[in-house]
Design a protein around this ligand. Structure first.
Ligand SMILES: NC(=O)c1ccc[n+]([C@@H]2O[C@H](COP(=O)([O-])OP(=O)(O)OC[C@H]3O[C@@H](n4cnc5c(N)ncnc54)[C@H](OP(=O)(O)O)[C@@H]3O)[C@@H](O)[C@H]2O)c1
Length: 311
């Protein structure tokens, strides 16, 4: 591998690397394309399914498809972009196959794992990195632009408890992210599971909330539901990111207990599967509204009583 070289701004910046992408999934092809655009050379990728083969053809044209061990062997930077549950077995398998060597950078893209999962590779002297793009990808060309607008959670060092000590490793991870046009954010190994839980809670449960909202509207015969709610939900998201809890509106934040009781009654009748999550989120909303000073303690207690009655 070429050692990290200082850039014009003095920051560590990896030289042109031979990049091997295992595999051509939704994330692998996008990061591969971004690294190629940054001047690195994607030398090979792997993929067996029709979806992976066609993604590779679209985003990594002229890059040969090879088995994972061969991709890893020839690369300076091995990018492991496989499903979370496959990652530990893949790392162990490639390590046993002798695919890793000292001086390589081995990075994975999983949010759930830190660098600990790369311990078998680190035993061969590789520089382990976790580079998790905080974005949802489908593996289409527009994702390369999306990557440039997002942050990437970087974890380096830490396998042997030396977290933070290996500044050069963190710098290599950050430099790679900057080269892909994205913004690096340091995520220490110890907080990686909590970091991932927070992101899943926000992004995945937000999607569930939106779909439940649309389903209830459609059940009420109000259509087109998506068009109806898009500006409202976009504004709610934007306001809460910009203004925090002060952006809270609605019957809970106002202490309109009569309206809240009606909601719970109607949901119980027409959409009982949504009632429990409505109640839980209303409770949490009331807690946040009281803590933010939007709702008095007394009004908060009345909201909680109404929610308890509905159980
Ligand atoms: N998609 C996202 O929005 C997103 C965002 C951020 C991070 N991530 C993370 O990025 C990683 C990859 O996610 P993804 O969405 O790109 O997955 P994906 O689209 O399902 O692609 C997975 C790729 O891994 C290959 N693969 C599966 N098992 C393998 C194994 N045992 N050995 C070698 N290759 C294997 C698949 O090949 P075949 O198709 O040939 O089976 C496929 O090319 C995950 O850790 C995920 O958490 C995903």
């Amino acid at each position: 591998m070429h050692p990290p070289a200082p850039g014009a701004d003095g920051a560590a910046r990896p030289a042109r690397l031979a990049v091997g992408v295992v595999s051509a999934g939704r994330v692998g092809v996008v990061l591969g394309a971004a690294l190629a655009a940054a001047g690195h050379q994607v030398i090979a990728t792997s993929g067996v399914s029709r979806a992976s083969v066609s993604r590779a053809a679209a985003l990594l044209p002229d890059v040969p498809l090879e088995p994972p061990d061969q991709v890893a062997q020839r690369a300076d930077l091995v990018l492991l972009a496989v499903p979370d549950d496959m990652l530990p077995g893949l790392v162990t398998g490639l390590s046993r196959a002798g695919s890793f060597r000292a001086g390589q950078i081995v990075a994975h893209t999983s949010g759930a794992h830190g660098v600990g999962v790369l311990a078998p590779a680190a035993e061969h002297g590789v520089l382990p990195l976790a580079l998790h793009p905080v974005m949802t990808f489908t593996g289409r060309p527009e994702d390369v632009q999306r990557l440039a607008a997002c942050s990437v959670g970087v974890t380096a060092g830490g396998i042997d408890g030396t977290e933070g000590a290996d500044e050069a490793a963190w710098s290599v991870g950050e430099a790679l992210v900057v080269e892909m046009g994205a913004e690096p954010v340091r995520v220490p190994e110890a907080v990686r599971p909590l970091y991932h839980a927070a992101l899943a809670h926000g992004a995945n449960h937000l999607a569930t909330l939106v779909r439940d909202c649309v389903d209830v509207l459609e059940r009420a015969g109000v259509r087109p539901a998506e068009r109806l709610v898009a500006p409202l939900l976009s504004a709610a998201l934007d306001n809460s990111l910009r203004h925090g809890d002060r952006a809270l509106t609605g019957p809970v934040a106002r202490g309109d207990v009569g309206t809240l009781r009606k909601h719970l009654h109607e949901l119980g009748r027409a959409a009982p599967e949504v009632t429990a999550s409505y109640r839980e989120l209303a409770e949490r909303t009331a807690e946040r509204a009281v803590a933010a000073g939007l709702l008095s303690e007394q009004a908060g207690a009345e909201v909680r009583a109404a929610l308890k009655d509905a159980r």
